[in-house]
Ligand binder design. Sequence first.
Ligand SMILES: Cc1cc2nc3c(=O)[nH]c(=O)nc-3n(C[C@H](O)[C@H](O)[C@H](O)COP(=O)(O)O)c2cc1C
Length: 186
Amino acid sequence: MKIVIAITGASGALYAKRLIDCLIEQKAEIEIVFSSHAKEVAAVEEVQYEFPKSIPVYGDRSMQKPFVSGSAKYDAMVVIPCSMGTIGRIAHGYSDSAITRAADVFLKEKRPLLLVPRETPWNLIQARNVVTVMEAGATVIPACPSFYGNPQTVVEVVDTIVARVLDHLKVPHQLVKRWKQEEPQE
Ligand SMILES: Cc1cc2nc3c(=O)[nH]c(=O)nc-3n(C[C@H](O)[C@H](O)[C@H](O)COP(=O)(O)O)c2cc1C
């Protein structure tokens, strides 16, 4: 499975780090692209990204990367965390950076595009942009962690979201207990 992971300047760098760690563990083939603001926010959040040298890591400006063309074969793209700015640009087809162009390509090629926005509350423009990207075929997985599994650490809280992303990518994992999984069914 070949996946593009885009990291933007929304809060929640740990979501991206955990997802990448899990995908590496599952031996998925990944390529990573950072928006210009992503590393700034990660620094504020004291999240350090370290990737094996074999993983291609790109900036957002140049289009010199394979996934900005529909002719290159990829299975899915995840934008995590996804800023509302990036959602807006995707919703309106800006295609002005590697991330927004790649998202445009995934939508036109009908390939899975998962967006993990982190913002609260939303204004009406943001809400409408989310509807627009959904109508265009994207799957929106808001970074709204769940607590019914009694997460005990920040990483466990983060993993409640990462687990949903992995489910949508159809990548096996054991990050979280599934609801009623270990109890007899009525
Ligand atoms: C510390 C910090 C936290 C931020 N958190 C968010 C956020 O949670 N959601 C969001 O949409 N934007 C957030 N922003 C604003 C984005 O970084 C900004 O809109 C940026 O232009 C997004 O560009 P990008 O999508 O190309 O990364 C944050 C900025 C900073 C400095």
